[in-house]
Each structure stands twice: as C-alpha cells, then as structure tokens.
Design a protein around this ligand. Sequence first.
Ligand SMILES: *Cc1c(COP(=O)(O)O)cnc(C)c1O
Length: 324
Amino acid sequence: MKKLPRIRLAHLPTAIEPLSRLSAYLGGPRLWVKRDDQTGLAFGGNKTRKLEFVLAEAQANGAQTLITVGGVQSNHCRQTAALAARFNLGCILVLNGDPDQSLSGNLLLDHFFGATIVWTTRAQRDAVLEATFRQAWEEGKRPYLVPLGASTPLGAVGYAAAFEECLQQDVVRPDWMIVASSSGGTQAGLVLGARLANWPGKVLGISIDQPVADLQKIVSNLASEASGLLDESQTIQSADIRVNADYLGGGYAVLGDAEVEAIRLFARYEGLLLDPVYTGRAAAGLIDLIRRGFFKADETVLFWHTGGTPALFADSYRAQLSQF
Ligand SMILES: *Cc1c(COP(=O)(O)O)cnc(C)c1O
C-alpha cells in the first residue's frame, strides 16, 4: 500500500481477542473482537486512525485550528478535541443538541480539552458549520475543516491500513468482519483494504442511522476515492458493499432494548464495554443475526470494536442503563 503522510499517534496494532464465553452462550459462530476502542487517544475509538492521516494533511496546510461537527455525544469530536490539544491547535466543535444540558460523557471531555463549542440544531448544522469556518478564517485562525466523522477518502485510508494491520497480525482468519457504519469511512477503508488484499471474507456494515442504499453509495464512493489516493484506482460499486439496516431502532443515538441487551451481554460474558450509540447497536444486530442462523456454526466472525464508551456516562442514558 502506498505510504501517505501520517502522524503516528495511535497505539497500534490494537489487540484481537476471542469472545469465548459469548460465543458459547450464543451457540453460534466463533466470535472475536478487534479492540479499536483501545487506540490510545483520550479513551480511543475508530476516529483516531482516520485522524492520523487527516492531521498530517492539516499540518501540511499550515492549519492552526481544527473545526469539526457532530452530535452532543460525538466520539469523533472528542477525539478531534484531544488531538488538537496534543498538537497545540485550536478546536471548534459545531454540535447539534441542547446547549443547556449538563456536562457528561463526551461533552464533558470536550471541555477538558479546551474546545470551543458552537451549538446548533440538526437542521441548521451544515449552514452553521460553514459560517463558523468562514468566521474563523476571517479572524486569521487558519482553520482546517474535518468533515463529519472524518469520513473523507483520506480518513478512510486509515481503515484500509487497519485492515492490512489485522491481516498481518494473523491472530485469526475471519470469514466475516462486522462493523458499525454511519458516516461510512470506517467500512469504506475496510472494504478497500479487503479488495487490495484480495481477501476472501466478507465485510458487513451494520447501519446505525442510514437506509441500505444511501450507506452503500457513501461507502462505495469513499472506498473508490480512497483507492485513488493510494494510486490503486479500484472501482468499488454500491452492490459490492454489504449493509444491514434492520437495526436502526428509534434513530440515531436513541438507546433501545436491543442495545441495552447487547451492552449487558458483552459486559456479563466478556467484561467488555460497548457504547450506547454505535457498538451497542452493531452488536445487537450481530446477536440477532446469530440467533436467526445467518452465520454458519463453523464460521469465524470478527467484530470491530470502534469505541464510543465515554457515552456510557452521558446523563441522557443513565436511567436506561441503570436497569442492569
Ligand atoms: C463514528 C463511529 C462509528 C462509525 O464510523 P463511521 O466511519 O462514521 O461509519 C462507529 N463506532 C463509533 C464508536 C464511532 O464513534
């Protein structure tokens, strides 16, 4: 794989561990987990790998301020804010949500890292982001815009590299990789990595908040464009992208019974923490697929743990998570 400029900061390679007790309990395929919740930057998560490449570009452009966007409990915003602190950059986060809410979970951490927060609504988010960027530019802050979830072709390259890392570790030879997919960069990188390695297995994205066709299109476009950055120019079609959108529940960041059950099972059987928004939902999908016999009993399934655990401590989820 072509070497692109990259700021090495993640703790890599992340561990690959068996989920033996959970596999036995579910009576399904052999389950393993890739611990990208342990990438080392401020409680870790999948955005760290993307930001290694994005930060290299920002620095090359002479950026002095990172501006990014997300929901109140955005893991991406928390990791970007931590990165900005570490590299002596300013950070402005455009967050959609209630400005009067208490500081908890990721939002509390955003404050620790000294990020400036601009509040908006979901509907106004793009416009406010644009205005925030323009204002920072006019004020001479040399802003660099990190799009939602750092899901740019360059960010996706971080997950093509992650795929390569996983194969090189050679701890497990999975038939399936399962990953939570939302802004698409993570799945795009994995799909591209799989394509470049001629990998015989399947990457399945469990959609967090998007219909199948929309996410397939986003992921395939990102994967194709990322391949161009690597001088590989692969054409990856929508039809090449495996997405399951059966687990959207009450919508983005709405914790339901299925997520609560998944969080409980991973905790009780493996001592492993999932998050309420992404990995809780993806694991709920995985568990349901196992119960429906989607996988063969002798198959091996690798679940990418993409992080997000600080949201377990968001006040908004306390009542439901206290039912354990
Ligand atoms: C952002 C995020 C995802 C989704 O990754 P995308 O690249 O946006 O699809 C999954 N899990 C966690 C914990 C995240 O923060």
